[in-house]
Design a binder for this molecule. Sequence first.
Ligand code: SF4
Ligand code: SF4
Length: 254
Amino acid sequence: MIHEKSLIRPENLKTHDKLVLDGVDVSGHWSTFIQSRVVTDYNEALQEEIAALPGGEHIHRCWQCGSCTNSCTVHAVNPDFNPRYWIYLIRLGMESELLRDKDIIWQCVSCNKCTYACPRDVFPEGVMKATAHWLELQGHTPKSKSTIFDEEFTQQVVETGKIEDGRVIRNFFAKTGQPLMQDWLVAMAKRVARRMPVLLGIKMGLAAVFRPRTRGWDKHRVAIEEYVAGQDAKHRKALHISPSPLGEGRGEGP
Ligand code: SF4
Ligand code: SF4
């Protein structure tokens, strides 16, 4: 049963402007009733699916104390952001209710206040990440910009064993349809350039052109790619969705 009025759909809240019962005036909010409804589309595997994704492993420990939501940075500015409530929906398998909030779940800023407040070591920050990952894998939400950034960053590290910041930013902007010449970026680049030793500037310029790689990186790259593909295959299998080209033909890894 949902006890928080803010979480009940407005159309299911009924009040009487004028109502007197046994001589007692209960007009207005004193006469609020919650219209019952029947939910039939449970996803009984939902908790298992979230628990199969990184960060969601301990969701079963939650005892609904609400400390995560009370301590949450995002909840303080947007009361609709409610980790405790989403964990409750996931544990009950109420997928359609969870999907109503699909456009805000990814807004978790990973501050981990909830993780420190949780008395049951649920690791709510991880559950938020796992839930956002689940939404993406199930095709309920497009990739967020932060996911695209993560992918670009990771791809460079995996390919070369190094990271070249300028290229990450250029590719990220290109993939998200943003112009490269943004005021804040130009201002930051000017400030950095003023303080940067000349030699370091030359090194960075050469790195942008020649894309240096870590020596002997190939064997590490192959191992990382196999691991990533294995994890992807494992997660998709847990969610009963078809393998991606990344994971096809690969083992599930450790
Ligand atoms: S990590 Fe996410 S869910 Fe936890 S307190 Fe921070 S913003 Fe809220
Ligand atoms: S703080 Fe932990 S136990 Fe309490 S509601 Fe949040 S996840 Fe559940």
